[in-house]
Design a protein around this ligand. Structure first.
Ligand code: PEP
Ligand code: MG
Length: 298
């Protein structure tokens, strides 16, 4: 069984009828880098960059971030590595961030919201990512987006950062950008958001908790928490259609992407890629390779 699975390491991400739907890896530390290559993932679909910010006494320096991203870019070579900017706050706290206690941290100052009022911290990360882009195939992705105004601010900061690099003659690539769709607001404006970036990536963990209005960590709700809820699945379909209407790729990077009971449904919805924890790459590849989309096309 395990050996059968391991044979899939070198097999392409193709459905029975030959459609390519790439499987990427979600990682949250440098140790997982090797398993991305070991299991033959298309690349990194989600780097949870928080690991460099947590469990420490002060903000990480730009150079420390840069060296990690450079290592990732070099290790992945031609393979794409999507770096998600820091998604701090809520369940990811560090004392030096000085986030005041919030009654409702899940709905609080987290993700991009926090970054947009810690501009120095955010710019250091943007600079580190752009600097590292010269060494491989990086993309950048923003978490917890809920409005176009946030994208206005991000675009202005990217311009400021890249102008600074230009002035100092530091090389970088014009890397692709993406937005995580993980709030119901982002779903409803996904067409507008898709126009502003190169790809969308569905964060189904947060999207389902915000859609169901249920904390995904609350043990009292475990039995009531249905992440196959038709509301969630319809939202996923809406986002895929919105992205495609703007000729943009749409991926799923929440845990739901690894749920092989849904692989066929996601493929039928037209998803372009799935990003899953390294241990799920081969099981998802096996499920994907069994799907036949030709009936549907007819
Ligand atoms: C998600 O919300 O689905 C997601 C991928 O982000 P995280 O799990 O890191 O919040
Ligand atoms: Mg999330």
């Amino acid at each position: 069984e395990r050996e059968e699975l391991l044979k899939l390491r070198e097999k392409p991400d193709l459905t029975r009828d030959g459609k390519r739907v790439e499987i990427y890896a979600n990682i949250g530390n440098m140790d997982d880098l090797n398993s991305v290559l070991y299991y033959g993932a298309a690349g990194i679909g989600l780097l949870r960059s928080e690991f460099q910010y947590l469990g420490r006494e002060n903000y990480p320096r730009e150079n420390e971030l840069f060296h990690a991203y450079k290592k990732i870019a070099e290790t992945m070579g031609d393979r794409l590595a999507v770096i998600r900017t820091a998604d701090l706050g809520a369940d990811k706290q560090a004392a030096y961030l000085n986030i005041p206690d919030e009654t409702n941290p899940i709905m609080g100052n987290r993700g991009i919201r926090l970054c947009l009022d810690r501009k120095k911290m955010f710019k250091a990360q943007l600079r580190a990512i752009f600097r590292a882009s010269a060494y491989g195939n990086l993309a950048i992705m923003f978490p917890m987006i809920s409005s176009e105004e946030e994208m206005d601010e991000i675009e202005a900061m990217i311009e400021e950062v890249t102008n600074g690099l230009d002035e100092r003659g530091i090389p970088y690539k014009n890397i692709r950008t993406g937005i995580m769709i993980e709030t119901p607001a982002a779903v409803m404006i996904s067409r507008e958001l898709a126009r502003r970036v190169d790809f969308l990536s569905l964060g189904t963990n947060d999207l389902s908790q915000y859609t169901l209005a249920m904390d995904r960590q609350n043990p009292l709700l475990r039995k009531k928490y249905n992440d196959h809820h038709p509301a969630v699945l319809r939202m996923i379909k809406m986002v895929i259609d919105a992205g495609h209407a703007e000729n943009k790729r749409v991926c799923i990077c929440g845990e739901l992407a690894a749920d092989t009971a849904l692989t066929e449904e996601f493929l039928k919805m037209g998803v372009d890629c799935l990003s899953v924890v390294p241990a799920c790459i081969l099981p998802v590849r096996r499920a994907l390779r069994q799907v036949d989309l030709s009936d549907m096309r007819r």
